[in-house]
Ligand binder design. Structure first.
Ligand code: HEC
Length: 270
């Protein structure tokens, strides 16, 4: 490697380490995100997720790169889309936009609600899933809500009537090892936060006031929603998966013939 090249590489490396350090520091807590139980080939889950998304998220957010008529890919007819999913618009070829302006969003919530078209590629499925499970009541915040995955987020907990109200529960441990064991024992979303005097706290959200859905129902509501957001961020991925399966089947069949041909050739040579 030449000297300038080596310098460049070590610079990039230092930058990377710096960035990851900053990312860890900005959160303060070390958050454990259990995997999102989603399956992007499950068409019914995607349909439910699309319904949840337009009903509960499009009031503030946009999905500028998603056209309503693309939802026909999920097995919905145009009539079903118009009747059940289109509240914010009336033309099937239109994208998912919203009446709220960026300026209003910023004035109302402190930060404008970002476009969610490719949010799943930015944050990842697991992050999104746990973000929607991570809201808890916090009297000190402007919206009355806070979030374990995204501390001090400007978004209120818009699904609270379904999920019910959660509270933050903090358990103190003597050292990091015990705290890690405590966080694993939570089995769901948790975070480890350093305290003074080398102690650590494990944070988790726990139900306080029940909502209209049970815990299991709410988790599957959120899983459908995240499944849809993941599909929306990359709709053609499903086609790629199906094509991949076809290619493998084709290669399998080809192998059978190739093998039969080989046997046929070698038969005469033995
Ligand atoms: C009442 C308006 C409102 C509704 C409804 C709403 N959000 Fe938000 N959302 C916001 C605001 C405001 C922010 C920006 C918060 C910030 O940056 O502090 C935000 C931020 C987010 C973020 C984080 C974006 C990022 O990466 O920084 C995600 C993810 C998100 N919303 C998802 C959703 C989903 C999913 C729904 C539907 C269940 C939804 N939101 C409904 C107002 C809303």
């Amino acid at each position: 490697m030449s000297v300038p090249m080596r310098k460049l590489v070590s610079f990039l490396f230092a930058l990377l380490i710096g960035m990851s350090g900053a990312a860890a520091a900005s959160g303060g807590a070390d958050v454990r995100l259990p995997p999102a139980p989603v399956n992007r080939l499950d068409e019914e889950s995607l349909q439910r997720g699309a319904r949840n998304f337009v009903n509960y998220c499009l009031t503030c957010h946009t999905a500028k790169y998603m056209r309503y008529n693309r939802l026909t890919d999920l097995g919905l007819s145009e009539a079903q889309i118009v009747d059940n999913l289109m509240f914010a618009s009336d033309k099937i070829g239109e994208t998912m936009t919203v009446a709220m302006t960026q300026a209003n969003g910023k004035a109302w919530f402190g930060a404008p609600p970002p476009d969610l078209s490719v949010e799943s590629r930015i944050r990842g499925r697991d992050w999104l899933y746990n973000y929607l499970l991570g809201f808890y009541r916090d009297e000190k915040s402007a919206t009355g809500w806070n979030n374990l995955v995204f501390p001090n987020v400007g978004m209120p907990h818009v699904l609270w009537e379904l999920s019910g109200i959660n509270k933050l529960v903090e358990t103190e441990y003597e050292d990091h090892e015990q705290a890690t064991a405590g966080a694993i024992a939570v089995k769901g979303l948790s975070a480890i936060e350093p305290l003074q005097g080398h102690k650590y706290a494990v944070l988790q959200v726990a139900p306080d006031v029940p909502g209209s859905m049970s815990r299991v129902e709410y988790e599957s509501f959120v899983a459908d929603l995240v499944n849809y957001m993941d599909y929306m961020a990359e709709p053609v991925k499903n086609k790629r998966i199906h094509l991949g399966i076809l290619v493998l089947l084709f290669l399998g069949v080809l192998f059978v013939f190739a093998y039969a041909l080989k046997r046929e050739y070698w038969k005469d040579l033995h």
